[in-house]
Design a protein around this ligand. Structure first.
Ligand code: ZN
Length: 175
């Protein structure tokens, strides 16, 4: 069973030179930006990172992550469980200028003083791989249930609207 905690910072050049694999967990409550976007999270993110030097001499990280997030439903704002999973390929760079030279297959990650902030890397990937918007099924969503009942009331009290067939007839008459 995978229970080890990933370090928050690593020395990626050394890991790449040794073609090492890091595998472990990161607590979701470490991710401040994630919480700002979708609310406080509990549980863990499972992460696997393979460090390597490719045939062109580029230092890269092939990664995989998985997490169970609680994302707010866009209709009722109640959290709903959402499985998030992502595969990614990162190229290590020491400056923005070098990032521009990376092939489009690689996302740049900034290495400063031979250190890589894994916390930032994993949080970035997690945020990128989240669905833009999630909705409950209508039967489970608080808002649509409210809307359904209020919608019926509104319909009975509102002045009768032209039926779609009437509108169609009028449109046809014009042409
Ligand atoms: Zn909902």
């Amino acid at each position: 069973m995978l229970t080890s905690r990933l370090p928050h910072r690593v020395e990626p050049y050394k890991l790449a030179a040794r073609a090492e694999r890091l595998e472990g967990l990161m607590a979701l409550d470490l991710f401040v930006r994630l919480a700002e976007q979708v609310g406080e999270q509990a549980g863990e993110c499972r992460v696997r990172l393979d460090f390597a030097i490719d045939s062109q001499g580029r230092r890269e990280i092939r990664g995989h992550l998985e997490a169970e997030l609680q994302l707010p439903c866009r209709r009722c704002l109640e959290p709903m469980a959402q499985h998030v999973e992502s595969d990614f390929l990162l190229g290590m760079v020491t400056s923005d200028a070098l990032a521009a030279e990376l092939p489009s297959t690689h996302e740049p990650v900034l290495v400063e003083d031979e250190q890589l902030n894994l916390l930032t890397v994993v949080e970035d990937e997690l945020i990128l791989s989240m669905p833009q918007s999630v909705y409950h099924d209508e039967a489970q969503c608080d808002v649509s249930r409210d809307q359904l009942s209020s919608g019926e009331e509104a319909e009975s009290s509102a002045p009768a609207a032209a039926s779609p067939f009437e509108v169609l007839k009028r449109l046809k008459g014009k042409s």
